[in-house]
Design a binder for this molecule. Sequence first.
Ligand SMILES: [Zn+2]
Length: 493
Amino acid sequence: MSAQPILSGGDQTTKTEIRFHDTMSGQTEPFVPLVPGEVRVYTCGPTVYDFAHIGNFRTFVFQDVLRRYLKSKGFRVIQVMNLTDVDDRIIQKAAAAGVSIREYTVKYIQAFLDDRRALNLEPPEYIARATEHIDDMVKLIQRLTEKGFTYTSEGSTYYRIAKFPDYGKLSKIDVAGMQTGARVDMDRYDKDNARDFALWKAPKPGEHFWETPIGPGRPGWHIECAAMALKYLGDTLDIHSGGVDLTFPHHENEIAESEAATGKKFVRYWLHAEHLLVDHEKMSKSLGNFATLRELFSHGHKPSSIRFLLASVPYRRQLNFSPESLQGAASSVERLRNFVARLRAEKFPEGSTPAMAERGAKAKEEFDIGLSDDLNTAQALAAIFDLVRDVNTAMDRGEFRLGDAEPVLEAMEMFDTIFAVLRDDDAQKLKSLGIATNAATLSDSEIEALVAERQAARKRRDFSASDRIRDQLAGLGIILEDSRDGGVRWKHK
Ligand SMILES: [Zn+2]
């Protein structure tokens, strides 16, 4: 390859090389896009048969951190995300509900897009629905048929994996000794079931189908992503990402389909996010231990805490999700917001200190170095929390000057370009999702009225009444701070 690794960095003196771990090679390697300055990314989206669970959102937050980071380094990012709005489960569920596929999926598509906004996930350049790309899939299957990679049986079309010698190269599955001609119709299966898979499925009685040149039926899951990736991003993508459980069979099959059709390498870097665990068990719908975002929101968890927690653990590490870890994330976000508020509001003496300008620049550099190392968000965060600690110490000692705020705020802005948690808009977001958290349903003037009522109770020494109001406010997520002069301040928890 003639292209050189892209070197870039916050300033002229520090040039960080971006490195990503590629599942195909098993190595962490310098990142070099095919076209300089441009990154074409495909991310597997959800199958919209239900609300997406928090394990899915771990992957989507990782993909958002990835695109924000690439953009912050000056790349033009073209990201495609699919919506799988036809598959076995959708067909069954729509049939059971007596509605069309479109009617069944519209609610979950809307919920997914709303959930993404709540987590500050940037919209991809293309969101592609499978059902709007049936022609592209049929054409890709026809190309594969012309090259001899398919066969039909009882109206369905299958991919002949024996014809593709590279089959298994991503997941490192051993296909030697596999029985040729053995087939699997299910879209989701494990490595023990590596077989010829369905590209196009003949309809069963009563099922929804499309009338096409390759017969009536519907697409298999794997051909959906391959067809949409090739359509929008060309024969070779820079990055294909998804959850680690998609490596086999989904991504292995996408490679078999696209590379057999084009004769070219499909993907330059495969990035896979590890599982999210709940109490150390893999989270999945089949295990029943999943939580949707909405369930978490209605239990009082903020969008910013969830985003922070999901982003804070590097994507290739397993993340254990627990009430304690969510609480920790909420405190971290609070600490960072308070820090920025203090920088902006406190009256510091005039002047500036060169050491503080250096300190801000150092934090930016370390933050960037962390992310450049395969998106090590934990390392990047450590750089920010070190900065917060040092600056708070300087402020407490009276060693901080007015002109020192700017370089420190710059580092915080750089942090927020990626983490996107500093804006205090959780209550608004929950309100717009129609989720009535207690704090979100009380206006500031209603809170003020309760606070005044409590003050009055205290004045007449009715402490049981004042305690009751305090508890009521605490239950609404409002914390009261009594000051020595008898006044009181309140804030959202
Ligand atoms: Zn996919």
